[in-house]
Design a protein around this ligand. Structure first.
Ligand SMILES: Nc1ncnc2c1ncn2[C@@H]1O[C@H](COP(=O)(O)OP(=O)(O)OP(=O)(O)O)[C@@H](O)[C@H]1O
Ligand SMILES: [Mg+2]
Length: 243
């Protein structure tokens, strides 16, 4: 039973075809990690799933509901089902950490402010930022900003979390604190689709790993198989470069 189904999807930018007839499904509670070289279409794929890009062919279904870019209600639903964390945090600079986390539930879901505040405080505590709630993003480290971004996505109470290279803009010593928050989420059973170059995270946390190259799935396997015994030459060559 798939919670996300990308069925034969095609995405083009003018005459560049990023992928064609791509099929990827994510199961409920699964941690699916996507790896692959730069330009292989990983970010574009994630962005299609939550309608930041529109597909040129095929079908995307999230929790049984077909994504229709023309249907505002479906799109609003989608925003509440799926949280996304980007490489560059994308926090609102004029809002404190707490305000950033509270924004979505109040403006999109029209929830009660006091309740949202309680949940936002709980989430910021959970990601280890209880002390920094009233700080503006400019006063936070990269790792702290990214943890606020995760809390902000979780505040919408999503069923699925998408991560696009959440640690690649961070100094090496800050990577671990973000990965630990993601590991905890995985342990709690969150469905996660993670694009990352952190192979040790993929090895420890993924249920399944997809290696993508040139818009195609080259290989798909358990982390054990793909890291110790990759079948395809392209996978082997890629892993040799990154590990
Ligand atoms: N908005 C856009 N307009 C035109 N071309 C784009 C756009 N976004 C991405 N592309 C192109 O689509 C292809 C796939 O890009 P994408 O960002 O999905 O790759 P990626 O696998 O995420 O790479 P990286 O590991 O560097 O993040 C690339 O050739 C890129 O130049
Ligand atoms: Mg990318």
């Amino acid at each position: 039973m798939y919670i996300i189904e990308a069925d034969n999807i095609t995405k083009k930018f003018n005459d560049l075809t990023v992928f064609e007839d791509l099929n990827i499904g994510v199961k409920k509670g699964e941690v699916l990690v996507v790896i692959g070289p730069s330009g292989s279409g990983k970010s574009t794929f994630l962005r299609c799933l939550n309608n930041l890009e529109t597909i040129d062919g095929g079908e995307i279904t999230v929790e049984g509901e077909k994504l229709n870019p023309k249907d505002k209600k479906v799109l609003r639903n989608l925003r509440t089902k799926m949280g996304m964390v980007f490489q560059n945090f994308n926090l609102f600079p004029h809002m404190t950490a707490l305000e950033n986390v509270m924004e979505g539930p109040i403006t999109v879901k029209k929830e009660n402010k006091e309740q949202v505040k309680k949940r936002a405080e709980m989430l910021l505590n959970k990601v280890g930022l209880g002390e920094k709630m009233n700080h503006y993003p400019s006063k936070l480290s990269g790792g702290q900003k990214q943890r606020v971004a995760i809390a902000r996505a979780l505040a919408m109470e999503p069923d699925i979390m998408l991560f696009d290279e959440p640690t690649s803009a961070l100094d090496p010593e800050l990577v671990g604190e973000v990965l630990n928050v993601m590991k905890d989420l995985a342990k709690e059973g969150m469905t996660m689709l993670v694009v990352t170059h952190e192979m040790s995270f993929a090895r420890d946390v993924a249920d399944r790993v997809i290696f993508m190259d040139g818009g195609k799935i080259v290989e798909e396997a358990t982390p054990d198989c793909i890291f110790t015994n990759p079948k395809e030459i392209r996978t082997k060559e890629f892993l040799k470069k990154v590990i």
